[in-house]
Structure formats: C-alpha cells, structure tokens
Design a protein around this ligand. Structure first.
Ligand code: PEP
Length: 249
C-alpha cells in the first residue's frame, strides 16, 4: 500500500512570526487523516518549525540542499545540516530551481545521490513546460527527466523516493491539469518505472501531483488511481486551504 502525502511548499514566504502562526493553526485544525502531512518553510525557519511541530504529525521538510556534504560553497546548505536539526526529507528539482537557478538533470542526480547517502527521503519534482505539451513531447520529456536523474539508482533506493509530477504550466498559474491529464501522466510514470525496475517498485512509489491544487479541485484529482497526493504551493500558505486539500485525500 503506497503512502498518501500532502506536502506544502512555502517557497520564499512567511517570516518567523508568520511561520509560527501558520504552524499553530495547522496543528490546531489538523484533521484525522491517514495521509502523511509535510510543510517546507524557508531555510531560516526550519529549526523553529521542527521545534514547534515536535509531537505533532506534521513533518518539516527542506526546499533544497547542496550536493556536497560540506565545504567552501558560500550561501549553500548541506544535507547533514538539515539532518542535524531534525529535517529528514528534501524537495529536489522543483521547476523554480530548474528555471531560475539553472538546476539540470545532471546536477540533480548529484543531489539525489548525496541526499540518499545521508539517509534522507527525497521528493523529486519534474514536469513539462507548456510548449512541450503543445508539441506532444511531454511524455518524452518527463521520461528523460526521470531517467537522467534517478534511473541509475539501485532498487532499494526507491523506498526513499517520492515523485512529484508538476507540469510547469500549472504551477502558480491557477491553471490545473485536469484529473484525466494527471492520471494519464502518472500512469505513464508508473509504466516507465516498471520497464526498468519491475512492478513492485512501480506500484510502491508514491507519485504526487502539483500545480494549482486547491480545496475545490483536490478531491477529484486525488481520486485518480495513480495520484497519491499533492505538492501544494500557494494554497499551502493559508491554513484553511491546506486543511481543505488534506481533507480531499
Ligand atoms: C509548487 O510550487 O510546487 C506548486 C504546485 O505551486 P502551486 O500549488 O501554487 O501551483
């Protein structure tokens, strides 16, 4: 049975005070759900978030990390530093990291290897741009992103990987992939996994959808058989919206 996950990516939003306020509201309003719930505040507030969520069922995850374990990399954060403050899961390959910070499949492969070496769990993001979809190249592109960054991994590594399919044209745009489009791509991803790793891995990996998920569309998207939850951006910044989405699982 695959785990269901709802994860909120707060991006570069919420100062310390706002972080504490939102977390307190989430804890207070958290429904009784079988899904894993995660939040990804900005780096400077991770430690405070870990402390304020101690004893709650919400996991704190990081939005990024460097591929080296230490060294002269000004401004960067090492995976061991995250683990040291109680953060055991990291989002890698978000489309904003790829688009604005030049993260390539090759770089992400290195980050994946370092995160796994540190015993971290990874939420690996990927997805096509609008032009790729319009020209019918979206399946090829997604397959390439997965193969380039992840398909060197041994079978046992996959229990530490969560996939997050996020069509770039649906992120922060208010435009959502239809539940059918999400299901079609998630089924394709499982088929691609199966071709290299077999059916147990393909059926066991949690695949999240991300892209303008809201309380009003969450349950329809999550009802699709190959969609195991969501990675949520804008709607994760308001407690009632995020809770509404969790209720959709
Ligand atoms: C995201 O940034 O991962 C995301 C899905 O954002 P939004 O929900 O705002 O589209």
């Amino acid at each position: 049975m695959r785990s269901k996950i709802v994860a909120g990516n707060w991006k570069m939003n919420k100062n310390l005070e706002e972080t504490n306020t939102l977390l307190a509201e989430l804890v207070q309003k958290m429904p009784d759900t079988s899904a894993e719930v995660m939040v990804a505040p900005t780096f400077v507030n991770l430690s405070a978030a870990v402390q304020s969520l101690a004893g709650s069922r919400i996991e704190v995850v990081a939005q990024n990390m460097h591929f080296e374990e230490s060294g002269a990399f000004t401004g960067e954060i090492a995976p061991g530093m995250l683990k040291n403050i109680g953060v055991n899961t990291v989002i890698l390959g978000h489309s904003e990291r790829r688009a604005y910070f030049g993260e390539t499949d090759g770089l992400l492969k290195k980050k994946v290897d370092t995160a796994l070496a540190q015993g971290m769990r990874i939420i690996f993001c990927f997805g096509e741009e609008l032009d790729d979809r319009k020209s019918g190249k979206h399946f090829d592109l997604v397959e390439r992103q997965l193969r380039n960054a992840l398909f060197h991994l041994p079978t046992e590594a996959w229990k530490h990987i969560v996939l997050a399919y996020e069509p770039v044209w649906a992120i922060g745009t208010g435009e959502t992939a239809s539940p059918e489009q999400a299901q079609e791509m998630h089924a394709f991803i499982r088929k691609t996994l199966e071709s290299s790793y077999g059916s147990d891995i393909a059926q066991g990996v949690t695949i999240l959808y991300g892209g303008s998920v809201k309380p009003g569309n969450a349950s329809e998207i999550f009802s699709k058989p190959d969609v195991d939850g969501g990675l949520i951006g804008g709607a994760a910044l308001k407690a009632d919206d995020f809770i509404g989405i969790i209720n959709g699982i």
